[in-house]
Design a protein around this ligand. Structure first.
Ligand code: N01
Length: 575
C-alpha cells in the first residue's frame, strides 16, 4: 500500500466509490462535465471484478467484441482482443489501458475502502470517511461498487481449525496459486467453480468437488480471435452496438423466436444441436420461450442432461451432475472441459445436497462422517449479490436513516439508479435495474450517461438536490416484482433472489423486463423533466434549460401494442 497523507477538509463535486468499469467511465464523464471528482477504490488497482477474480480459468462469458466500452470509437478501433471470450488478465489490461488513455489515475485513490457515507441535510453534502483517514465532502455520491463484489464465505463449523490454505475465487491471491502435488477441495459448482475446476484438476494430486446443487453448463468453444470477424465488427461497430441495445440482454446473438413447444421433436433436437455448436449463453436463443414456458424449458434441460451423460462415464457421477431444476433459472454456466474432468481418476464428486458439510478439522473437511484429507480448500461459494457491497459501507440519508435498515425487507430503488431519502445518491447497476441480466458494460454505460445527464441538468438549473418520490419508487419496486413473475427465473433459489445468503429476504433483485424496455423507461423519466424525482433549490428562471440527453440511448418501442411483459417475452432471453 503506497503511503499518502489522508485528505481532509476537501470538498468535491462528486465522490465515486469503486474503480471498476462503472467507476472508470463515471469519472471520465463527470470530469468532462467540469466537475471535481475523487474516486476511492478498495483494491490495489483498477478493474473491479476483473481485479479481484483472478482464479484459474476466469474469463468473460460475453464475447470480447461486445464486452467492451462503446463510448469511444478510437478505443473500439485500437484495442485488439486475442480470443473470442477474453481471459481475466486481458480484461484487466484493458481496464488499465482505459485508465491510462483517458488519464484517469490521478483522480483515483487505490487501496482505500470507504467506510461511511453520511448525508448532511443542513449543508446538502455527503460526508465520506475512508479506512485511510480521509474525511471529505461532496455534493454527489455515486456507488460504483459492482453487483458481485462481496464474497460469500459460509461459516462452516470449525473452519478456523483447518491448517491448510483457504481461497475464495473472488479474492484470489495476486501471485497466483500452484496446486501441484496438493490434495484440493472445491466447495461450490457455480460459474467460478466450473471455470476453475478443469485447471485446478490439471495441477492437483487429487481434487474433491463438494456439490450442493448441480448446474447446467454449455460449452464455450472458445478460440483465438478470428481476424476476419474482428475486422468486420470494427467496420460496423455502431450497427452491432445498436443491435445489442435493442436486445433484452443488451448483447447481440442470433435468436430464434419460435416457441419450443410448437416445434416437432426432430426440429427441436436439430435447433438445440445448432445452438449447442454455437456454445455459451447464446444457447438460450435456441427457442423464444425457454425462460417463459416450463414445458419448453424441460426440453432444453433434458437435452443438456443428455450431453452430460454422454461425457461422464460413471453413471452415478453423471446422474449427480445432472441438474433437475429449470434450465437457465440460475445463471447459465459456460464451460471448457468441466464435465470431462470427472472422468479423471484423481477427481471425485461429493454430493452434499442431502447432508451439508459437517465441519472442518485440522486436515480437511468432514462430510457424512467421512474425513477428507485436504491441503487446500477453494471456496467457489459466490457473492452476496447486488446488495452485499452496499451493506459493507455505513450509508445514511435523511434523518440518519441507514440504507441497511431501509433495505431490510429487500432493496428499494427508483429505476435501480437512486433511492428515496438519500438525496444526490446514485447507483451504477443498482438493484431494480437490468444490471447482471444484461451485458454489464452496456448496463454501466447507460447508467453513467443517464446519471451524468441528470447531474448536468441539476447544474444547468442551479438545483441543490434530487431524490426519488416515495410513490414512484414504490411503483417501480412493484413493477420489478411483477415483471419477474413472467420469467421462470423467479422460481428457483438463486443469487438473483438472494437465496444463497442465509437470512437474506427473497426478492428478485435485477429488472427482468429487458434492457431496451428499461432504457426507454429511463429516457421517458428524463425527458419528462425527471418525473418521479423531487428536485430542490432550482433557480427561478423563465426558460427551463433543455434537458441533456445522450443520443445513443434513444430506443424506439411500439408501446401501443406491447406491454413491457409482452416485450420481454417476445424479444428473447436475458442473460
Ligand atoms: O457463485 P454462485 P459463482 N455449502 O453463487 C455453493 C458471475 N460469474 O462465483 O447452488 C455448500 O453461482 C452454491 O450451491 P447452491 C456469474 O453471473 C461470471 O460461481 O447455492 N455449497 C453454488 O454451487 C455467476 O452466476 C463468470 O446450492 C455452497 C456455489 O457455491 C456469478 O458470478 C464467472 C454453500 C456458488 O455459486 C456467481 O458465480 C464467474 C454452502 N454453504 C462468475 N454456499 C463469467 O463471466 C454456496 N454454495 C464466466
Amino acid at each position: 500500500m503506497e503511503p499518502r497523507p489522508p485528505e481532509t477538509e476537501c470538498e468535491f463535486d462528486a465522490v465515486v466509490i469503486g474503480a471498476g468499469f462503472g467507476g472508470l467511465y463515471m469519472l471520465h464523464r463527470l470530469r468532462s462535465l467540469g466537475l471535481t471528482v475523487r474516486v476511492y477504490e478498495a483494491g490495489g488497482g483498477v478493474g473491479g471484478t476483473w481485479y479481484w477474480n483472478r482464479y484459474p480459468g476466469a474469463r468473460c462469458d460475453v464475447e470480447s467484441m461486445q464486452y467492451s466500452y462503446s463510448f469511444s470509437e478510437e478505443l473500439e478501433q485500437e484495442w485488439e482482443w486475442s480470443e473470442k471470450y477474453s481471459p481475466q488478465p486481458e480484461i484487466l489490461k484493458y481496464a488499465n489501458h482505459v485508465a491510462d488513455k483517458f488519464n484517469l489515475h490521478d483522480n483515483i485513490y487505490l487501496s482505500t475502502r470507504v467506510e461511511r457515507a453520511v448525508f448532511d441535510e443542513n449543508k446538502n453534502l455527503w460526508f465520506i470517511h475512508t479506512d485511510r483517514g480521509d474525511r471529505v465532502s461532496s455534493q454527489f455520491c455515486v456507488m460504483a461498487v459492482g453487483c458481485l463484489s462481496a464474497a460469500n464465505i459460509p461459516q462452516f463449523e470449525k473452519l478456523e481449525c483447518f491448517n491448510g490454505d483457504i481461497y475464495h475465487t473472488g479474492e484470489w491471491p495476486h501471485g497466483g496459486v500452484d496446486f501441484t502435488g496438493k490434495n484440493v477441495g472445491v466447495i461450490g459448482t457455480g460459474s467460478s467453480a466450473i471455470q476453475s475446476i478443469p485447471i485446478i484438476a490439471q495441477q492437483a494430486k487429487s481434487l474433491k468437488v463438494f456439490q450442493r446443487t448441480p448446474n447446467y453448463a454449455v460449452p464455450a468453444w472458445n478460440s483465438k480471435m478470428d481476424p476476419g470477424y474482428e475486422k468486420e465488427v470494427k467496420a460496423n461497430y455502431p450497427e452491432l452496438r445498436a443491435k445489442a441495445r435493442s436486445r433484452p440482454a443488451g448483447v447481440y446473438f442470433p435468436f430464434n423466436f419460435q416457441p419450443a413447444v410448437e416445434a416437432s421433436e426432430s426440429e427441436r433436437l436439430s435447433k438445440y444441436e445448432e445452438f449447442w455448436k454455437r456454445g455459451g449463453l447464446p444457447f438460450l436463443g435456441a427457442f423464444g420461450d425457454l425462460l417463459f414456458n416450463a414445458e419448453s424449458n424441460e426440453t432444453a434441460a433434458e437435452f443438456a442432461r443428455k450431453k452430460i451423460r454422454e461425457i461422464v462415464k460413471d453413471p452415478i457421477t453423471a446422474d449427480l451432475l445432472c441438474p433437475q431444476n429449470t434450465f437457465g433459472c440460475k445463471r447459465l454456466c459456460v464451460d471448457t472441459g468441466y464435465f470431462e474432468v470427472f472422468n479423471e481418476p484423481h477427481v471425485s464428486l461429493i454430493d452434499i445436497s442431502e447432508k451439508p458439510i459437517q465441519e472442518f478439522f485440522e486436515n480437511g473437511i468432514i462430510h457424512d462422517e467421512e474425513n477428507y484429507q485436504l491441503d487446500s480448500v477453494v471456496f467457489a461459494t459466490g457473492f452476496a449479490a447486488m446488495t452485499g457491497s452496499f451493506d459493507k459501507i455505513e450509508i445514511r440519508g435523511r434523518n440518519g436513516l441507514s440504507l441497511i435498515d431501509k433495505w431490510a425487507a429487500g432493496p428499494r430503488t427508483y429505476l435501480g439508479l437512486s433511492t428515496a431519502m438519500f438525496p444526490n445518491f446514485f447507483m451504477i447497476t443498482g438493484p431494480g435495474s437490468p444490471s447482471v441480466l444484461a451485458s454489464m458494460i452496456q448496463s454501466i454505460e447507460q447508467h453513467v450517461d443517464w446519471i451524468v445527464d441528470c447531474i448536468g441538468h441539476l447544474r444547468d438549473i442551479g438545483a441543490h438536490t434530487i431524490e426519488p418520490i416515495d410513490k414512484y419508487e414504490d411503483d417501480w419496486v412493484e413493477h420489478v416484482n411483477e415483471v419477474s413473475k413472467i420469467s421462470l427465473r423467479s422460481t428457483c433459489s438463486s443469487w438473483y433472489v438472494g437465496a444463497n445468503i442465509p437470512g437474506k429476504p427473497r426478492v428478485f433483485m435485477p429488472y427482468i423486463g429487458g434492457f431496451p424496455v428499461y432504457v426507454d423507461r429511463c429516457n421517458d423519466v428524463m425527458t419528462k423533466g425527471f418525473e418521479g424525482f423531487l428536485i430542490d433549490g432550482k433557480r427561478p428562471e423563465p426558460l427551463m434549460p433543455k434537458i441533456r440527453f445522450t443520443e445513443r440511448w434513444r430506443v424506439t418501442l411500439d408501446k401501443d401494442v406491447m406491454s413491457p411483459a409482452d416485450l420481454a417475452a417476445t424479444r428473447g432471453p436475458v442473460l
